[in-house]
Design a binder for this molecule. Structure first.
Ligand code: GLU
Length: 418
């Protein structure tokens, strides 16, 4: 029977697994395992053919004890409340692990953006923004890009919110186009962060990144950017995929040609790219390689396929790609897993820089952003590794001890009102 995956239960179980390492009141632990506010909106959008369609959207605000709620908005047919709650919780731990002054949130609209025109997407975005506008704001909750949402979508959110307020409010959303208060380095931040953390881990665990054979699931602004940076650092990208499938060459792919094909046809076509063969996403996960980067969707490694993984290191560019059962199997096999809440935190870190620049009306240079990003990721990586060694736990548990611990401590200091 196929495994039924409950993302929220997975997320809560991850907290339970580290509870014994924290000196935290049980009530506070229960509090941080549930979200503070869960918003569902059903709203109409005019379609190009003149009909009106009703869409369902969500914004889950998990925790704002350490600062305003922060997290992306995704457009995908599989968006639902359960998964959004888990994704919001992971954002809380992520901002805490890298110690930026935010809480965690996530949102989404259940839709298929690939089958919608730009006009339909704009009308959907503007109406969704209006529906959640009482609950967001630069000092309340700051959305950002996520799966299938782009800088253009962020511009529509910023414009709609600004019209409601009667003035330009750039700090209400991050991941905006540069011309509208977006930050240099934000678009590539998640993929770049993935590579910074991977390089640190290779150093720590005695693996050479140069020459390492890397398979990458996903080729969007996480997988595609990571592929480019890995390639520049001398790693050998042997496979890459999108939602339709992937390509493989054990000696390394012609990456430039592959990405060019993907940009032009929105798919990888081995016959056009040359020097590679087609593979499925499942085959990619089980490839004989050194590093497997998961940069697509959640729940891709489960109890059913984790046993087949042959990589020495897994890097979670996506949120929640590994179920708790799969995690146990990977740990037993001695595979190093760089957890999502650390490995993909580059995006929200540069979102933080964007927000700071917006609030202070400053413009930082690319060098400044790049070195600040590197500093935060290095410091966080070192803190997680130290806990992992001290407590003899895998990196995910160490990251949870650090992140959940920081949130719990903040709760303790603030106390319970009244
Ligand atoms: N959606 C990204 C994430 O999952 C970025 C969130 C943000 O920048 O607020 O981390």
């Amino acid at each position: 029977m196929p495994e039924v995956i409950d993302s929220l239960k997975n997320a809560q179980r991850q907290v339970d697994m580290i509870a014994k390492y924290l000196k935290v009141d049980e009530g506070i632990l229960e509090k941080i395992k549930v979200s503070r506010r869960e918003i569902t909106v059903n709203f109409p959008t005019k379609m190009d053919d003149g009909t009106v369609k009703i869409f369902t959207g969500y914004r889950v605000q998990h925790n704002d004890t350490r600062g305003p709620f922060k997290g992306g908005i995704r457009y995908h047919p599989d968006v639902d409340m359960n998964e959004t709650k888990a994704l919001a919780m992971w954002m809380t731990w992520k901002t805490a692990v890298v110690n930026i002054p935010f809480g965690g949130a996530k949102g989404g609209v259940q839709c298929n953006p690939k089958e919608m025109s730009e006009g339909e997407l704009e009308r959907l975005t503007r109406r969704f923004t209006w529906e959640i506008s009482p609950f967001i704001g630069p000092d309340v909750d700051i959305p950002a890009p996520d799966v299938y949402t782009t800088p253009k979508v962020m511009a529509w959110i910023m414009d709609t919110y600004s019209i409601i307020k009667g003035r330009a409010v750039t700090g209400v959303v991050t991941g905006k186009p540069l011309e509208l208060g977006g930050s240099l380095g934000r678009f590539e931040a998640t993929g770049k962060g993935v590579v910074i953390v991977t390089a640190k881990a290779c150093q720590e665990y005695g693996m050479a990144l140069e020459g390492a054979r890397v398979a990458i699931q996903g080729s969007g602004n996480v997988g595609g950017v990571a592929a480019d940076y890995l390639n520049r650092r001398g790693a050998k990208v042997v496979a890459i995929s999108d939602s339709k499938g992937g390509i493989f060459n054990s000696n390394g792919l012609p990456l430039e040609k592959a990405m060019d094909c993907k940009a032009r046809h929105d798919r990888f076509m081995p016959e056009e790219i040359g020097d590679c063969e087609a593979i499925t996403n499942q085959e990619l996960l089980a490839l004989d390689c050194d590093i497997l980067v998961l940069a697509a969707l959640g729940n891709v490694l489960t109890a059913e396929n984790a046993g087949a993984v042959r990589a020495k290191m897994i890097v979670e560019g996506a949120n929640g790609p590994t179920t708790t059962e799969a995690d146990e199997i990977l740990n037993d096999k001695g595979i190093i897993v760089l957890p999502d809440i650390l490995a993909n935190a580059g995006g929200v870190i540069v979102s933080y820089f964007e927000w700071v620049q917006n609030l202070q009306e400053l413009l930082w240079s690319e060098e400044e952003i790049s070195s600040r990003l590197e500093n935060i990721l290095e410091r966080s990586f070192n803190e997680v590794v130290t806990i992992s060694k001290d407590k003899k736990v895998p990196l995910r548990m160490a990251a949870y001890i650090l992140g959940v611990g920081r949130v719990a401590k903040a709760h303790e200091l603030r106390g319970i009102y009244p």
